[in-house]
Design a protein around this ligand. Structure first.
Ligand code: COA
Length: 259
């Protein structure tokens, strides 16, 4: 899947989302609640999320042509509805390669995003002044950004030291900011990580996830990852032993390509 985003500045975000979703709802399935709307076309979908002074949109589709067609439909309608405002709608990839300049944003995200159910508490009390270090390098990371603000990241790189295992890559540090969850951002990061790993020769991706992290396990299962093993009582977290689960996915040729 490919994901793009547009950040539209307006003092009437709810009005535009409601108008667009209601209009499209005459032709295709839509959903609308307090701050979000979604439109499901046959070739892809668009999620719209209102915030103070702007709204963000995320388009998802299987091919670049389908993404462009959904973007054009959404942009065309929005510009037609904007009789009293001048809206600017610029589409960008939701996920891009990380850069050293993302360090401060990633450090803040990393400090805020983990809980005892999803990560090891000891790593959160470490005195760190930078996100990137010897183990976490910018060149292995992808970031997701909405309106220029980094709201998610993942690292993907080769893990097996032997030539016989050169086709195996590992996924690390997948995280999404609290306010940007359940919008498909982790799904976009996973898709992009698989494309990047595939383009670097990966045929399989593995990861580890705490057994208590049921939301992440569900996400991985939805993306085709299966449980391959279980490290029983691997961690002692808040006075309880927690299993660490190993999951993996074989990459198909369609998951390959660059980010
Ligand atoms: C786990 C995490 C990365 C998910 O990010 P996200 O952007 O909210 O995930 P998505 O929106 O792409 O979710 C896709 C699907 O995964 C499943 N899912 C994701 N989070 C879920 C949760 N908390 N509970 C149940 N299902 C969840 C749902 O099926 C969801 O689809 P839906 O929203 O249509 O129901 C995010 O909650 C996070 O950063 N958590 C803290 C760090 C972490 O646990 N990282 C993984 C370490 S192994």
């Amino acid at each position: 899947m490919l994901y793009t985003t547009a950040h539209v500045v307006t003092d009437r975000p709810h009005r535009y989302i409601k108008q667009l979703v209601s209009h499209m709802g005459r032709k295709v399935p839509t959903e609308l609640d307090a701050d979000r709307g979604s439109i499901r076309f046959s070739i892809g979908s668009c999620l719209l999320v209102a915030s103070t002074g702007h709204f963000d949109m995320i388009v998802k589709a299987g091919t670049a042509d389908a993404v462009a067609a959904v973007e054009d439909t959404i942009t065309g309608h929005l510009l037609r509805f904007a009789t009293k405002d001048t809206l600017t709608v610029d589409w960008l990839p939701l996920v891009r390669p990380a850069a050293t300049e993302d360090d401060a944003a990633l450090l803040a995200l990393d400090r805020a995003a983990w809980t005892a159910g999803s990560g090891l508490p000891s790593t959160r009390v470490e005195e760190r002044t930078a996100y990137f270090n010897e183990r976490r390098k910018p060149e292995t990371h992808l970031v997701a950004a909405l309106g220029g603000q980094v709201i998610g990241t993942v690292s993907v790189h080769r893990t097996n030291p032997f030539p016989e295992g050169a086709h195996v890559f590992g996924l690390w540090n997948l995280l999404v900011a609290g306010q940007a969850r359940r919008m498909g951002v982790a799904s976009a990061l996973l898709s992009a990580a698989e494309r990047r790993a595939g383009s670097q020769g990966a045929r399989k991706i593995g990861l580890r996830v705490l057994a208590t992290n049921t939301g992440a396990i569900r996400l991985y299962e939805q993306h085709g990852y299966a449980v391959e093993g279980r490290y029983v009582d691997e961690f002692l977290i808040d006075d309880a032993y927690v299993d660490d689960i190993s999951m993996g996915k074989r990459l198909t040729p369609t998951s390959q390509g660059s980010v």
